[in-house]
Design a protein around this ligand. Structure first.
Ligand code: HEM
Length: 361
């Protein structure tokens, strides 16, 4: 036996005794991925995981120099952008990374939706996914205020004013987030704590469950694959075949991020002045734009109900549709299956059109 093999066997025995590595390797060895024409969508969750890792690393580095104080927040970002070595690079990775992460999550959400991956037994993979989406959007909302520039200030103000319209709890929640009636030091302190502690902790816990469920149930396959006779169904091994392709896709996705960072480093506007009038045409981030535009479409009063409230109830019902769909479209009824696909198509088309309209108007 060569020295190398001896060392390898010794290391394997050492790890096996302590961590039961061989049973983990057996699980990895059994994991397989269906091969079909929609298989490209299987890469989305992996890309999201990679971008998430970028967010954690760059976020920790930004915390070293960012100051969550109303008098220093803006200046600390200016310092990161212009004085700290590679500060602009780390900040741009974080800001562009957040946008790419959310874009990939939309692709992941709708691809798993249209492949009906939410069906039994994956209902809770889907529901933990929905919560992860909400958490990532909350990351975006809370992080947007932290640079304390004029756009971030007024976009947050509009967002909180809309949130305050939520029936029953809206006003209380908006006041708790603001730390009073106006956006100020209390708001930055709260948003900072939420952004760097509360959301990361919730995200890691939920992601743990999400990924555990994915391992437990294996990859789902679309109907066109499931309907094939057993002999015609082809699979590839997750390890190493799919895993190597995963790494290749991560490198490509990382290059998209680097290209955006190098070609268009993230800037910063003038410092927020709470007493100045809101800049004209202020808009939220693109991922909130469809909701914002939808609310603008609704007349001030719909019968006896205030328009914004009416719009929020409609959006709440649509969100509820995504929550309960796995339990009604369980694969047994063709009618529900068709209904789910049409529902998803309507929401997706509506979101795209409203976002384009919002961006152009
Ligand atoms: C931080 C956010 C998220 C991360 C890091 C993540 C990660 C992953 C990964 C790595 C997989 C396995 C590979 C794949 O199918 O792409 C997966 C599967 C899945 N994810 Fe997510 N995900 C996230 C959010 C979501 C969201 C927003 C949804 C939808 C509401 C979702 C629903 C699902 C479903 C249903 C599967 C199972 C797919 C199948 O079996 O074919 N995930 N996720």
């Amino acid at each position: 036996m060569s020295g190398n093999t001896k060392l390898k066997n010794g290391l394997q025995a050492f790890l096996d005794e302590r961590f039961n590595i061989s049973s983990l390797l057996q699980i990895a060895d059994k994991k397989k991925v269906p091969i079909h024409k929609h298989a490209v969508w299987y890469y989305m969750g992996g890309i999201a995981t990679m971008y998430l890792a970028v967010q954690f690393i760059t976020g920790i580095l930004l915390m070293i120099y960012y100051v969550p104080e109303i008098s220093s927040a803006h200046a600390s970002i200016l310092k990161i952008n212009s004085k700290i070595d590679f500060g602009w690079f780390i900040r741009s990775l974080h800001s562009w990374g957040a946008n790419l992460l959310i874009a990939i999550l939309f692709a992941h959400l709708f691809s798993t939706f249209f492949m009906k991956a939410y069906r039994r037994p994956r209902e809770f993979t889907w529901l933990t996914g929905l919560l992860l989406m909400v958490i990532c959007m909350a990351f975006g909302f809370s992080g947007y205020l932290l640079p304390w520039d004029d756009v971030s200030f007024f976009a947050t103000k509009i967002g909180l004013d809309i949130a305050a319209k939520t029936p029953l709890i809206g006003e209380t929640v908006a006041n708790m987030l603001r730390g009073g009636e106006h956006i100020g030091q209390a708001t930055i302190s709260r948003f900072f704590a939420i952004h760097v502690i509360v959301l990361p902790a919730a995200l890691l816990a939920l992601l743990g469950v999400h990924l555990l469920l994915v391992q437990l149930h294996g990859m789902s396959a679309p109907g066109s694959f499931n309907d094939l006779p057993e002999a015609k169904k082809t699979y590839e091994k997750f390890f190493p075949d799919f895993f190597y392709k995963d790494i290749l896709v991560w490198i490509l996705a990382a290059n998209v991020l680097f290209a955006l960072v190098m070609l268009n480093p993230w800037g910063i506007g003038p410092e927020a002045d709470p007493f100045a009038p809101a800049p004209v045409g202020i808009k939220p981030e693109w991922y909130f734009l469809s909701m914002f535009q939808f609310l603008k479409l609704i007349p001030p009063m719909v019968g006896p109900i205030e328009g914004e409230l009416f719009g929020m109830v409609l959006m709440g019902l649509a969100a509820l549709g995504f929550v309960i769909l796995p339990f009604v479209d369980n694969g047994k009824s063709k009618a529900w299956s068709r209904f789910a696909t049409i529902f998803g198509l309507l929401i997706l088309t509506g979101m795209i059109l409203l976002s384009i309209w919002g961006a152009l108007s």
